[in-house]
Design a protein around this ligand. Structure first.
Ligand SMILES: [Fe+2]
Length: 340
């Protein structure tokens, strides 16, 4: 016991190296804003491989962050998992994470999908879907094109302040500049078929129903409908066409699920082991496929009928950690443009 305390105390002030940090920790406490069926196998296999018991608290992102804030230095949480770069950036700005030093993670996770204090573990793309009875395919090949006055009354998205749209705006600012992004946001608002409401799946359904001509949605929502055996979902899929946006320019906007070690983690060694485990071939498959996403580690493949059908595409390779730099500006631009 004394030894354990000493080891923890010694390690607390340092960025941890996976090879030296694994002596004491026999348990790990994970706060996760992400849950899918395959997560059971994911966590079970980690325990099988390492003997480290996993305790999980799953809740909405805001609740978990509030909990971390209240618990402060006494928090039992070791790792925080959530989705979306702008949410991860927000959590990071709260100062909850501590940097990890891991050769495994540096080697396995591509540099542009690593932030200073957290790592990406699965990728999703922000795609365009359209109804070919209402718009021409060549009108909707880029995010920028959705602001074209030719699409007046045709465009649908979820709320502009949703993290998915803020991350997209943050990326557009980095590619096109703030001024052009503001013009773009105004153009999107001027083109709305209806005021933003619902989630991404609702936008896809509204495109199928003809209420909207074109919409933006995360790829996994579309893939989920494609993989669904429900006739009503198949009817939606039959009505929409998917586009990989910006193939001739920046590439399609990529977002991620991610995780990081918490600053006050009592089991820092176990936390590093877990973060490294999430980058293993096996965990990558579970983590990505559970939500119809792509693994971040190169060479790891998921066998997913919808993703296979959607095929390969050119990804935007902007640094996911640097999106944080322009998320706040994106929110201000959207507010001024009335993109709510
Ligand atoms: Fe989502």
């Amino acid at each position: 016991m004394i030894k354990k305390v000493l080891v923890s105390a010694l390690l607390a002030g340092f960025a941890l190296n996976g090879s030296v940090a694994n002596a004491a920790d026999t348990e790990i406490n994970i706060y996760s804003a992400r849950h899918y069926q395959t997560d059971e196998a994911l966590y079970g296999n980690f325990t099988k491989q390492t003997g480290i018991k996993v305790n999980r608290i799953e809740a909405k992102e805001d609740e978990l962050l509030e909990r971390l804030r209240n618990e402060g230095a006494n928090s039992p949480a070791d790792v925080f998992i959530t989705v979306d770069a702008s949410r991860l950036a927000f959590a990071d700005q709260m100062g909850i994470f501590a940097p990890v030093k891991s050769e495994v993670l540096d080697k396995r996770i591509p540099a542009h999908l690593r932030a200073t204090n957290w790592y990406s573990y699965s990728k999703r793309a922000r795609v365009i879907v359209y109804n070919k009875d209402l718009v021409q395919g060549d009108q909707v090949q880029t995010y920028e094109a959705l602001a074209d006055p030719a699409l007046k009354g045709k465009v649908c998205t979820r709320s502009g302040s949703h993290p998915y749209n803020l991350s997209l705006g943050a990326a557009l600012i980095q590619h096109n500049g703030a001024e052009k992004t503001e013009q773009w946001a105004k153009g999107i608002v001027a083109n709305f078929a209806r005021a933003p409401k619902g989630g991404d799946t609702d936008q896809i359904k509204a495109v199928a129903a003809g209420e909207c001509g074109v919409a933006i949605a995360n790829s996994y929502y579309l893939a989920r409908l494609m993989n669904s055996t429900k006739p009503e979902d198949q009817a939606v899929v039959a009505k929409v066409v998917a586009v990989w946006p910006n193939q001739k320019t920046s590439g399609t906007h990529i977002n991620v699920s991610g995780a990081g070690m918490l600053k006050n983690a009592p089991n820092k060694g176990a936390a590093v082991k877990f973060l490294e485990y999430l980058a293993s071939d096996e965990a990558q498959t579970y983590f990505a496929d559970g939500n119809n996403e792509w693994p971040v580690v190169e060479g790891v493949k998921v066998s997913n009928a919808a993703l296979d059908k959607l095929g390969p595409f050119k990804e935007d390779t902007l640094s996911i950690g640097k999106l944080a730099d322009t998320v706040g500006e994106a929110q201000k631009i959207y507010d001024r443009a009335g993109y709510r």
